[in-house]
Design a protein around this ligand. Structure first.
Ligand code: HEC
Length: 128
């Protein structure tokens, strides 16, 4: 009788604990998938709207500077400066490429996806 009671007590403790662990793992998978898909979205938006000047993967072109560059690290050009650049354009000041025109019709959520992608590209080469 004692062992049966003990068995149920252990079961009562074990079931909730194992459920919580499982839920954590599922959350993790969902958020990893979320990350992977927003990286792909960010890459597509970037390719369409920014790569013409800032180059594939952020490496720069004759029309614009690389964004994968130390001067664009988060502590020098934070995310707000990306929003500002796109909304208001940029007066040439770091380079000799001329001004960046404002880019029309980009939603804040598309911007945050683009920035997520650019920061990921920066981190890949050690720019943090
Ligand atoms: C027509 C070309 C062109 C396009 C398209 C373009 N840029 Fe730029 N961008 C430039 C140039 C040129 C500069 C450099 C200005 C300078 O000399 O500092 C620049 C600078 C920037 C800067 C630095 C701003 C600062 O404060 O110094 C950011 C951030 C930026 N661009 C983000 C973007 C993003 C994100 C996109 C796409 C949504 C984009 N740009 C599209 C030409 C472009």
């Amino acid at each position: 009788m004692y062992f049966i009671k003990l068995f149920f007590i252990i079961l009562a403790i074990y079931i909730p604990v194992s459920c919580v662990q499982e839920a954590d793992v599922q959350d993790q998978q969902v958020s990893d998938n979320g990350k992977a898909s927003s990286l792909i979205d960010g890459q597509k938006l970037y390719a369409k709207l920014c790569a013409g000047c800032h180059g594939r993967g952020g490496k720069g072109t004759k029309q614009g500077p690389p964004l994968i560059h130390k001067i664009y690290e988060p502590s020098h050009h934070n995310d707000a400066s990306f929003y500002r650049a796109v909304k208001k354009g940029v007066q040439a000041h770091h380079w000799q490429f001329g001004n960046m025109p404002p880019i029309e019709n980009i939603s804040d959520s598309d911007m945050s996806t683009i920035i997520f992608y650019v920061r990921h590209q920066q981190r890949k080469v050690g720019i943090k």
